[in-house]
Design a protein around this ligand. Structure first.
Ligand SMILES: *[C@@H]1O[C@H](CO)[C@@H](O)[C@H](O)[C@H]1NC(C)=O
Ligand SMILES: *[C@@H]1O[C@H](CO)[C@@H](O)[C@H](O)[C@H]1NC(C)=O
Ligand SMILES: *[C@@H]1O[C@H](CO)[C@@H](O)[C@H](O)[C@H]1NC(C)=O
Length: 411
């Protein structure tokens, strides 16, 4: 009989420390194996405790020593891993303890409690920046379209395919397109370390990452939107138009540019899939659940589905300007609607923006038919390979669509 035990633990602010314990035995009595197992377990736990409490934020001589003998992961990655911030919150932004006194606060789901505790916090350190994305504030007027894509740190494949397809930084008949991904951090501590590293590599390679030090969760998307407007105002205020959307949409960049060229950047423009006459969902199980403790109002202003929105420079500035006076709201697209409403601006619908996807008239027809997408501006929910296939297909000069196909709005 041969038994191997193998314990592998990794953590370090500067890379990985591996603890490797193996145990071999040949024809041993069972009780002895049990004793050994217990000893091993204790050693493992002691190791774990050391890792958790001993190795933090200090240059432990022993761990420094280990790093020198560590295999080549550092040498493979030429970038220096970012420092992991220990602070959960900025010293300047403390938890609001008064929220505990809100009626039935204790009964709310954890993420909503969290939202209420930190709702007032808007300033977060930026981990990765791209200040020259638009050539500096003054030259940024030469950018025709800035693609600002919300992307969680783990969505590497989506970013990769967007870079090669509709998000390519290029010029279409003199209209310059720039691309930026908006990201926070992972909630999972270990994953966070790896993903910060990943984003740093992407940032160095493509220069298209903005990352802030807050958890990239659904209820923090408004924070991401707000911080993007702050960045835009500082670094790229002249960009004529902004596409603001998710990393799982397919954008027909050609059509978007043609459409925008018939508009004026200094006038109001805010188009997408219009949503009107709706209010907060009060069912606790929903992803969109917003209890009365967050908003007492039973209606939302008109807004556009957050999957993809086109706005002019003028409107982006108004949103930025108004956002300072509007309390953060957990649903980002509704929040944008609130910012518009403050200036009495209305969002508009565009037939070519499908945040709920395309519905074909008959089950016999393939909804993945490039003829549908050739006519549209944007469609929600594409997986990476579909983006690549569709991007090539809509540009195929031999694509024969025959008579115009009717496109039906999804429900
Ligand atoms: C803290 O929460 C209370 C109760 O909701 C609220 O009235 C107050 O404005 C909050 N304070 C800050 C700084 O947001
Ligand atoms: C937003 O991000 C902060 C900072 O990382 C985090 O502590 C908080 O839990 C997040 N809020 C929500 C509602 O996820
Ligand atoms: C910005 O907001 C202030 C007050 O909230 C308002 O007076 C001003 O006109 C706004 N500017 C723009 C460009 O919207």
């Amino acid at each position: 009989m041969k038994t191997d035990w193998f314990v592998l633990l990794g953590r370090s602010a500067h890379g990985f420390v591996y603890f490797l314990c193996s145990y071999e035995t040949v024809n041993m009595r069972l009780s002895f194996i049990k004793l050994e197992a217990i000893i091993l377990l204790i050693l493992g736990l002691a190791g774990l405790l050391f890792i958790i409490y001993g190795g933090e934020d200090r240059t432990e001589p022993s761990s420094v020593h280990k790093e020198e003998h560590k295999p080549t992961i550092q040498s493979l990655l030429t970038v220096v891993p970012p420092k992991v911030k220990k602070l959960e919150w900025l010293p300047g932004c403390q938890e609001n303890k008064s929220v505990e006194s809100i009626v039935d606060f204790s009964k709310l789901p954890e993420h909503i409690k969290d939202f209420l505790r930190y709702r007032h916090c808007r300033s977060f350190p930026q981990i990765l920046n791209a200040p020259d994305k638009c050539g500096g504030p003054a030259a940024s007027k030469n950018v025709f379209l800035l693609l600002a894509i919300k992307s969680s740190p783990g969505n590497y494949e989506r970013r990769a395919v967007i870079r090669q397809t509709w998000g390519e930084e290029t010029s279409y008949k003199g209209a310059h397109v720039k691309r930026i991904f908006l990201s926070g951090t992972s909630k999972n501590e270990r994953e966070d370390r790896h993903l910060r590293h990943l984003l740093q590599i992407e940032s160095q390679t493509y220069g298209d990452i903005l990352q802030w030090d807050f958890h990239d969760t659904f209820f923090n998307l408004t924070l991401k939107q707000f911080l993007f407007h702050v960045w835009l105002d500082d670094n790229c205020p002249g960009a004529n138009y902004i596409f603001n959307g998710d990393d799982d949409v397919f954008v027909n960049t050609f059509n978007v540019i043609t459409y925008l060229q018939s508009n004026e950047p200094d006038k109001h423009l805010f188009v997408g899939q219009l949503i009107a006459n709706v209010g907060p969902i009060r069912e606790a199980g929903s992803k969109y659940y917003v209890p009365v403790q967050v908003t007492a109002s039973d209606s939302y202003p008109m807004y556009c589905g957050g999957g993809g929105i086109l706005m002019s420079k003028y409107t982006a500035h108004v949103i930025y300007n108004n956002s300072h006076d509007i309390q953060l709201f957990p649903i980002d697209d509704v929040y944008l609607g609130m910012c518009l409403a403050k200036s009495k601006l209305v969002p508009a619908s565009h037939m070519g923006m499908r945040t709920v996807g395309v519905h074909v008239p008959s089950a016999k027809l393939d909804s993945f038919n490039p003829c549908y997408y050739r006519e549209l501006l944007m469609v929600h929910r594409f997986i990476p390979y579909q983006m690549l296939v569709m991007w090539k297909a809509i540009q195929d000069p031999h694509l024969d669509c025959g008579q115009k196909l009717a496109i039906y709005l999804g429900t």
